[in-house]
Design a protein around this ligand. Structure first.
Ligand code: HEC
Ligand code: HEC
Ligand code: HEC
Ligand code: HEC
Ligand code: HEC
Ligand code: HEC
Ligand code: HEC
Ligand code: HEC
Ligand code: HEC
Ligand code: HEC
Ligand code: HEC
Ligand code: HEC
Ligand code: HEC
Length: 443
């Protein structure tokens, strides 16, 4: 069937050509076929195919009927060419037109002005006949921009996916030696940077010069669905996470000297923004974190250790102020252990559970646990924040200097003594407590 089609085509073409040149078709076998009159351009282009140059038309065309000057191919498709060019596609993944034997989609069997008998001026123009990978980009990748598709792709077959010439990360590093050298300096390498550059970069082009497939956070969400869920669905969100560019506020994409690919250690990172007040809504402004710790004599254990994540979840969470666990926002709250899960993740809950104790806490009058007295109440229990500053304080035991009470800063005036303490808060007359000689309180 195919043979017939070829035959008809060739006969038809010969008629056309001979008509145009007004040269009669020969009716007997000729010594040479490419002469000044017949098939004149076959030997004259920049690149002439070996057998054509030798005038060996019969290497491919077999005479069918010399009187009618008709020919047929006695080998078809790949066989026609692979008769001489053995094993053009021996590797695992074979380019579709090679598989189907359409060698002549990419090569002129006779001669051409393009190298490798390519029927176009350049390889890129050839590929562009069937592929549009460079369309729609504002920026093209260096080698793609200059049409060097084949520095990365094999034309015929490859052992790697996408007809690549090597494993793709190795391929990227073959040119990006600086990036490869840079990466070796870092202790923490982002997993996909080891072998999946194209998880983030489009090898052909991009909408910006870094050729990223998308902007953060969407780029990151393609793999970090769990973080996406947190950033988008949490009750309390940190806008700098999910905003355009988000993740890059704190993380580097390739590698870092800091764990979790952070740009800097977490605490330094936080105060790049929290060194000034930030608005969280039209009528609520957060104080600058740095003001709360600067010049303070006592820093809370984890704050002194720069361990913000001991208490805060950065990406978003279910508790007020991005706290990792429950901690009441108010001054008064009915007591339950769950309310103070944050503090009890590091401090023993017995501090507020036991009424009488001789050792669980220093905040006692004799054996009466004053933590129990203040906090452990069914309705108006004092929350820890009524007395303790969470980040830092100038008073021992992180006692606050004052607590905001509406517009008023209610002073606490705490003084510590050898065996107890004394406060003169705005909520009651001065009170002393003494662990050894308990005060007698008048009620
Ligand atoms: C390597 C194999 C090969 C050799 C050698 C070869 N041809 Fe062809 N030829 C082909 C193929 C394949 C086609 C079909 C091209 C197509 O369909 O586009 C063809 C088509 C033709 C056609 C039809 C019109 C055209 O150009 O497509 C003519 C005429 C022709 N060949 C003449 C010759 C002559 C004359 C020679 C020797 C100088 C020659 N061929 C050598 C493979 C060859
Ligand atoms: C009869 C043997 C023979 C057949 C059949 C044959 N070729 Fe060739 N081909 C050659 C020879 C000889 C060369 C020159 C080798 C060289 O320069 O190293 C060559 C070279 C080539 C080149 C390289 C040209 C370059 O610039 O380096 C391409 C591409 C090519 N052939 C494609 C084809 C295709 C496509 C077919 C089938 C349509 C085909 N060949 C069939 C013998 C053949
Ligand atoms: C999709 C286009 C395409 C198809 C289809 C294709 N080639 Fe090629 N071929 C090329 C390109 C481009 C080159 C230039 C060398 C390179 O960069 O891979 C080439 C180079 C060649 C060469 C010379 C270099 C070498 O590898 O020895 C030969 C011979 C060749 N092809 C034969 C074939 C044969 C035979 C077929 C069909 C089985 C075929 N080609 C199908 C694109 C193609
Ligand atoms: C005659 C049409 C044609 C030409 C020309 C062509 N290709 Fe293809 N190519 C295809 C077809 C068909 C497929 C398979 C379907 C697809 O993935 O689009 C394919 C697939 C590919 C693939 C994906 C392979 C895979 O394993 O998924 C790559 C990469 C590719 N081509 C690169 C090139 C390059 C580079 C060139 C230029 C040297 C080129 N192609 C020229 C038709 C062509
Ligand atoms: C820097 C190396 C590089 C260059 C240059 C390059 N590619 Fe690719 N190409 C790749 C990689 C890597 C993939 C695999 C992409 C992926 O899986 O996301 C690919 C995939 C492809 C695919 C299949 C998937 C798709 O996007 O459709 C085609 C087709 C393709 N390239 C064609 C081309 C063409 C045509 C050129 C030249 C204009 C070219 N490539 C230049 C590296 C390159
Ligand atoms: C053949 C060499 C070559 C290969 C292979 C190569 N690149 Fe490139 N790449 C370049 C050149 C050249 C530039 C342009 C450099 C410039 O503008 O400073 C570039 C630019 C880039 C850029 C933008 C850099 C910038 O500073 O703006 C990225 C990102 C990139 N390449 C990623 C990749 C990835 C990922 C791979 C592997 C899929 C890869 N490259 C493979 C040569 C290459
Ligand atoms: C997790 C996503 C991701 C992966 C994986 C990734 N990159 Fe990048 N890459 C980026 C982003 C985002 C930028 C832009 C950084 C910026 O704007 O500062 C970038 C920038 C670059 C640049 C420009 C120079 C620079 O360092 O800013 C090059 C080159 C580059 N990447 C190459 C690579 C190579 C090679 C690989 C694989 C070994 C790779 N990338 C893996 C996301 C990634
Ligand atoms: C192609 C998939 C992919 C993309 C895209 C991606 N990541 Fe990753 N990332 C991973 C894998 C895999 C790991 C290691 C396993 C894990 O921890 O989930 C990882 C781990 C991480 C880690 C933890 C590192 C550690 O030391 O534990 C951070 C932080 C991270 N990615 C941030 C990002 C950011 C920011 C982006 C966007 C710029 C991003 N990732 C995009 C796949 C990806
Ligand atoms: C405000 C700074 C900041 C931003 C913005 C940020 N992160 Fe993080 N990320 C951190 C810190 C700090 C850690 C260390 C662990 C912790 O405290 O939760 C971390 C840890 C991670 C981890 C590893 C641990 C885990 O929870 O799985 C991944 C993955 C991660 N981030 C991805 C992202 C992605 C994706 C984005 C953007 C949507 C993003 N991060 C935005 C600060 C940030
Ligand atoms: C890029 C700037 C930036 C960085 C870095 C940053 N934040 Fe924020 N943070 C903000 C802004 C802006 C707000 C105001 C609320 C909002 O927009 O989500 C905020 C709000 C907060 C809140 C109060 C949330 C609420 O709704 O009550 C806490 C707690 C917080 N950040 C902790 C941290 C911690 C801990 C880090 C370091 C891991 C950090 N932030 C890093 C910008 C930043
Ligand atoms: C021991 C638990 C704990 C640690 C550790 C901690 N925080 Fe907080 N943070 C809190 C609590 C509780 C609040 C809520 C303050 C309030 O309104 O009572 C808060 C509030 C904040 C706020 C909102 C502004 C404000 O001061 O009310 C920022 C910003 C903040 N913390 C940043 C940080 C940074 C940065 C670190 C690490 C250097 C850190 N925090 C460590 C418990 C902690
Ligand atoms: C991530 C662990 C952690 C969390 C959560 C935590 N703390 Fe602490 N806290 C510490 C460490 C560590 C110390 C220092 C212990 C020491 O020096 O003996 C400390 C010390 C204290 C002190 C002073 C003790 C002293 O002897 O000077 C008070 C008061 C205190 N925390 C109250 C709280 C309150 C209230 C909460 C809940 C808002 C809380 N802590 C949450 C770890 C934590
Ligand atoms: C009414 C004020 C007040 C409230 C409310 C309060 N504390 Fe205290 N707390 C103190 C005082 C005063 C001390 C110092 C006792 C001393 O050293 O004399 C103290 C000491 C501590 C200590 C140091 C160890 C100890 O017990 O001596 C921890 C830990 C502590 N408090 C945790 C908490 C937690 C957790 C909460 C909330 C569940 C809380 N406090 C509520 C006043 C209070």
């Amino acid at each position: 069937m195919a043979k017939r089609v070829y035959r008809v085509v060739i006969v038809f073409m010969c008629v056309l050509i001979s008509g145009a040149l007004a040269v009669d078709k020969p009716t007997t076998p000729q010594k040479t076929c490419a002469t000044d009159e017949c098939h004149a351009d076959y030997g004259k282009k920049a690149f002439v195919h070996g057998p054509v140059g030798l005038g060996d038309c019969k290497a491919c065309h077999k005479p069918l009927n010399p009187q009618e000057h008709t020919y047929e191919f006695d080998r078809k498709g790949r066989d026609l060419c692979e008769y001489c060019h053995l094993d053009q596609a021996t590797k695992k993944n074979i380019h579709e037109p090679v598989k189907t034997g359409d060698c002549i989609e990419c090569h002129d069997p006779h001669s051409s002005d393009g190298k490798f008998l390519i029927p176009e001026k350049t390889v890129a123009a050839l590929c562009a006949k069937c592929h549009t990978v460079t369309e729609g980009f504002a920026f093209l990748h260096g080698p793609t921009a200059v049409g060097e598709c084949t520095v990365c792709h094999q034309s015929h077959s490859s052992d790697y996916p996408d007809l690549l010439v090597s494993d793709h990360a190795e391929l990227c590093f073959s040119c990006h030696v600086v990036t490869q050298r840079e990466l070796k300096k870092y202790e923490f390498i982002h997993e996909p940077t080891k072998n999946d550059c194209i998880g983030c970069h489009d090898p052909h082009g991009g909408s910006d010069s870094k050729l990223v497939k998308n902007l953060a956070p969407f780029l990151c969400y393609t793999c970090h669905k769990d973080i996406q869920k947190i950033a988008e669905n949490s009750t309390y969100q940190h806008s700098v996470v999910g905003d355009i560019g988000g993740c890059m506020n704190c993380h580097t994409p390739h590698a870092s000297t800091v764990k979790f690919l952070l740009k800097k250690d977490a605490a330094t990172l936080c105060i790049t923004c929290h060194d000034k007040p930030v608005g969280i809504s039209e009528d609520e402004v957060l104080p600058a974190f740095t003001d709360e710790i600067e010049d303070k004599e006592f820093k809370h254990g984890p704050v002194a250790e720069n361990d913000c994540s001991g208490c805060h979840v950065t990406h978003g969470g279910e508790h007020f102020r991005l706290l990792a666990k429950e901690y009441p926002p108010q001054f008064y709250a009915p007591f339950s252990k769950e309310n103070y899960a944050l503090c009890f993740s590091c401090h023993p809950e017995s501090v507020v559970l036991t009424r009488e104790t001789s050792d669980l806490t220093d905040f006692r009058n004799g054996n009466l646990n004053l933590h129990y007295v203040h906090v452990n109440k069914p309705d108006k229990g004092r929350t820890c924040r009524s007395c303790h500053a969470t980040h830092a304080s100038n008073l021992p035991k992180h006692i606050r200097e004052s607590v905001p009470y509406g517009v008023w800063k209610l002073p606490i005036k705490f003084e510590k003594t050898e065996t107890g303490g004394r406060c003169t808060p705005g909520c009651h007359l001065p009170y002393n407590y003494d662990r050894q000689s308990p005060e007698v309180y008048e009620r």
